[in-house]
Write a protein that binds this ligand. Sequence first.
Ligand code: RP5
Length: 169
Amino acid sequence: MEKKMKKVALIMGSDSDLPIVKKAAETLDAFGVPFEAHVWSAHRTPEAVRNFCLSARENGFGVIIAAAGMAAHLAGAIAANTTLPVIGIPVKSGNLGGVDALLSTVQMPSGIPVATVAVDGAVNAALLSVEILSLSDDNLAAKLAEKRAADSAKVFEKNRSVEEELNKK
Ligand code: RP5
């Protein structure tokens, strides 16, 4: 019997984070990875965050992506309540250009890991979650390899056109 693919959870601290989170959703869609998106905040709706996390594994999730800006403790709060892998996206918002969210998300004390991607790095958050799920899914692993090859081909094509234009014979 074929195994059902694990889902990815996309949790954002505010609907103002949605334009960034949508890029993760599009990337997951491109790989055919099922996901659920929710707006829950570590400080505004802490119980909702905790309740989701406590049952996330038994509800078929394999990875949780958390996107938040400013004093971004959402990813850490999620990681505190689950042993599923948690990927944090620091979102650029407020006056500090995302550095506040980056440091809040990345500087987790030992024992509760959050894999933090770049500020607004939603595509990489999705790709990392696909890589995690690909450990038990050969089809996903093949799709990741195809994407790498296609990305390389695009660079070689651009290189060819720059070389043609600039390099003297
Ligand atoms: C964080 O504060 C959210 O993740 C968002 O990035 C930021 C601002 O939230 P809003 O005031 O736009 O709801 O909690």
